[in-house]
Design a protein around this ligand. Structure first.
Ligand SMILES: [Fe+2]
Length: 317
């Protein structure tokens, strides 16, 4: 009885065709005009025109119609109005101002990735043959939209709405509770709320089959535009995912990731790992177990002032 899926997002950008074409070149499929998806999930990103780049809709699913009523009641008590039409709830996120659309629906399992033979020490799986990553002629493509990360100076309000209101389940809280990683599926995080100087989408993340798929897909983006590289490849502490962060043509950061922690039993999951007193200047979990340190642009995008000005002009906090 709860949220059970991150279905898709809508991105508003000044040049929708440019973003659409970028993703067609990098493995998403054109499902319809302005709609991109994957083999298993035909709708993952919808692209619309807007005066500044922002996420304009977060589309989720939940198990039952009672869930919709419960969500409406919870967010209503926070002063957020919603409408329920049939099996769909719609409201406006009070901090970020995107539409939140929640449909009653079942989860959509992914078809398993095709495993590559890997020569582990003491466990040789491939002999007398070169690695598939060397021989394969076409790139592995993104499998699904896995998570979005939202940043805001209004952390308490954002967290209250998303966690207490919508019902995302907390997987880890860091920065003394100021940053929250929540899930609706069994991924460690489908949504991460972190501090920001204005309210914006820090990144969206596409799941890949494995580390070779992350590396090769990221390399293809960098080959096209070296300035698209932000940070990677590395492995995060929280969520454990292998990552490579890059910029799309609209200037929004995205992540190719693989091998994220999966939580199927909340009682078995150790949330104290994230809460422990980490050694280091800030006392919170470092960005990565291995890999390059994140650049300042990871948390402070070059166009943050453009987004802040656009939001201010619209009267958004
Ligand atoms: Fe991420």
């Amino acid at each position: 009885m709860a949220l059970n899926g991150l279905l898709d997002i809508e991105m508003c950008v000044p040049d929708p065709a440019e973003l659409n074409d970028f993703w067609l070149r990098h493995g998403l499929l054109q499902t319809a005009q302005g709609v991109l998806g994957t083999v298993d999930r035909p709708v993952q990103m919808r692209i619309a025109e807007g005066s500044y780049r922002h996420m304009s809709e977060l589309h989720l699913s939940c198990e039952t119609e009672q869930d919709l009523a419960d969500i409406a009641a919870r967010i209503g008590s926070m002063g957020v109005d919603s409408t329920i039409s049939g099996t769909t709830l719609t409201c406006i996120d009070p901090v970020f101002n995107h539409r939140v659309v929640i449909d009653v629906g079942a989860q959509h399992p992914l078809s398993p990735s095709q495993r590559r033979a890997w020569n582990h020490v003491g466990d040789t799986q491939r002999t007398n043959d070169r690695a598939e990553a060397v021989l394969e002629e076409s790139l592995r493509v993104p499998r699904r939209l896995g998570h979005v990360v939202l940043a805001t100076p209004h952390l308490a309000d954002a967290t209250a709405f998303i966690i207490d209101g919508l019902g995302f389940r907390v997987s880890d809280q860091v920065l003394g509770g100021l940053a929250t990683m929540g899930r609706v599926e069994q991924d460690h995080h489908n949504l991460f709320i972190q501090p920001g100087t204005t309210s914006y989408i820090n990144h969206y993340a596409l799941e890949m089959d494995d580390i070779d798929a992350v590396g090769k897909a990221g390399q293809a983006v960098v080959d096209e535009n070296p300035d698209a590289h932000v940070v990677g490849v590395g492995r995060h502490y929280l969520g454990s995912n292998v990552f490579w962060y890059l910029l799309d043509p609209a200037g929004t950061m995205f992540e190719f990731f693989t091998d994220m922690d999966q939580i199927t039993d909340a009682d078995a999951w150790d949330r104290d790992f994230g809460r422990r007193d980490w050694e280091g200047a800030d006392g919170h979990a470092p960005f990565a177990v291995w890999g390059p340190k994140e650049p300042e642009s990871f948390f402070f995008p070059a166009d943050a002032d453009v987004i802040a000005a656009a939001r201010e002009a619209l009267g958004l906090k």
